[in-house]
Design a protein around this ligand. Sequence first.
Ligand code: SF4
Ligand code: SF4
Length: 489
Amino acid sequence: MPDPSESLLKPNERVLSTLNADGTRRWLKPRLSHGKFLTARRAVAYALILIFTLIPHLRMNGKPMVLLDIIKREFTIFGKTFLPTDTLLLSLLLLIVFLSIFLITAMLGRVWCGWACPQMVYLEFVYRPLERLFEGAPGSRKKKSHMGLRKVLRFVTYFLVSAFIAHTFLAYFVGTDNLRQWIFSSPHEHPIAFLVMAATTGLMMFDFGFFREQVCVVVCPYARMQSALLDRDSMIITYDYNRGEPRGKAKRPKKKLEPGEALALPVVELGDCIDCTMCVQTCPTGIDIREGLQLECIGCAQCIDACDSVMSKIGRPLGLIRYSSQRAIEDGESKLIRPRVIVYPLILTVLITAFTIVLLNKSDAEFLLLRERGLPFQTMSSGEIMNQMRVRITNRTDTDAVYSVEIIDQPALILEVGQNPVPVPAGEQVSERVLIKADPSYFDVSPKTITIRVSDGEEFSKDKPFIIHGPRNRASAPTEQPKETPSDG
Ligand code: SF4
Ligand code: SF4
């Protein structure tokens, strides 16, 4: 009698293209299909790798072209430095990036995944070619000798490439000068950076050596958003089932076909698909495009190159698998203009305009007024009332500058700054202690709002309100020593 638990535990079919029906890993070794799309993607991929590698070494306006300094909380992009206080600019930039992704996906489907995503670029154009170099192309009949040694060599090369990519990645966050210094010194002198680099190298080895296409199939959130981002008119890679079905094996030609001569198909009326499965064997995510649009399809166009090569061999028109839209395949026509390709660009125009205006009006300096921690004011032995704070000035320009700090229209107040004017080197931040003193009679009401101005005597001048406290209706005032804390102003 059959064991009922057996049928319960065994699924009828694969639930994921990277898993077998019994749940074990299905290792994919896609065949490489040469063609115009592979040539174009290869050129794009190597250009992107070159750009990614060079960017940390390039400089603009005397600064790194891109430096994401998380420790200092400064983000330099195209030679312009953004601070965490640039919340509006950073939020607008994020919105622009997200909306651009929505628009590109609505129009061109997963063109990002198939042509520019770093996961695909490095896997398909660096790691898989290395695998083929050491262990031979999938499907090759020639048995390679010393397979164990070849595998070891492959993983040693993987390690070197991963370490190189990890160093390049780290350069985006610490700069090339720091990185060069760390490379030539002991890890004891920079343990955290060393651990980050080692962890990144390990992660790359795991990803490109083991996890591979599963990132696209089960991890990447972008793939999961496809059903919401695509519509029936989005350009995708699709199989023309009207032309291809019913599929079936064609008879082999007895003689070599002349150019333009068609292969005689069996008497049964068959479509152009000869069911050779070349499109499936070449797919890096292991799916069959003939089953329709699937979440796992990364739009790499390898199935187009594979099928075009088959079609040209059997003398049939190319493009049985091609860039098209669901509507074009089903109804024979596609709509270019539809609501989402009008609304997205309109919102994008507004966002880009707002971003440009904010960027152009961004001042050359910033300052913050920070109340000292502790009691709001002190009464001095002379009877004067004292408020304490700090002024933190950021010089965003490329030259050193000095900034004067003053109180506007309050002659009764005495302002004492550690150093006034405050010298601030280019691109740096300086914090100075500030004391504001007043006679107790000044506080007819308390608290009072005053205006602090910081200016460089030339283009930069900005006023900010600050609240000071005094002993209104009090006989005496507290005298505890305060500590620093951010506060109003
Ligand atoms: S490569 Fe073309 S002909 Fe071969 S199975 Fe795929 S769709 Fe059919
Ligand atoms: S179905 Fe075609 S385009 Fe999609 S991932 Fe597979 S080979 Fe690439």
